[in-house]
Design a binder for this molecule. Sequence first.
Ligand code: SF4
Ligand code: SF4
Length: 126
Amino acid sequence: MATWQCIQNCGACCHLDPSDRPDLAEYLTPIQLEQYLSMVGIDGWCINFDQVTRACKIYADRPRFCRVESEIFSEMFGITAEELNDFAIDCCREQIMDRYGDYSLESIRFEQAIGSSSIISTNNPY
Ligand code: SF4
Ligand code: SF4
């Protein structure tokens, strides 16, 4: 079974352009939405994301909605702790594919990191 984990040098989920996330108001509180929008840079990336190192510059103090934690995801998306793993994997796959592409190095690294059996199809589209 695949086990979710965040990989280094990715940051796909730190591209915050609201036009790519039309349902933000459905899972963020008004205060969180205001904070989210205040972090969107002119290029759509979070202003706290270092695009050279692909790391969060405020990692220890990142907002609650940036944290993949059971309690937070339950609040935002109404999922159970048991559902978190698969939900987080699906979220990352979507973000990585949108940002870097289906057969990108980031996608391959992510599938390898989580121990996914889909790494075979990710590496070989045929
Ligand atoms: S998309 Fe997933 S793997 Fe990539 S930085 Fe975000 S949480 Fe980590
Ligand atoms: S605060 Fe950090 S983790 Fe959250 S979107 Fe910005 S760069 Fe990414």
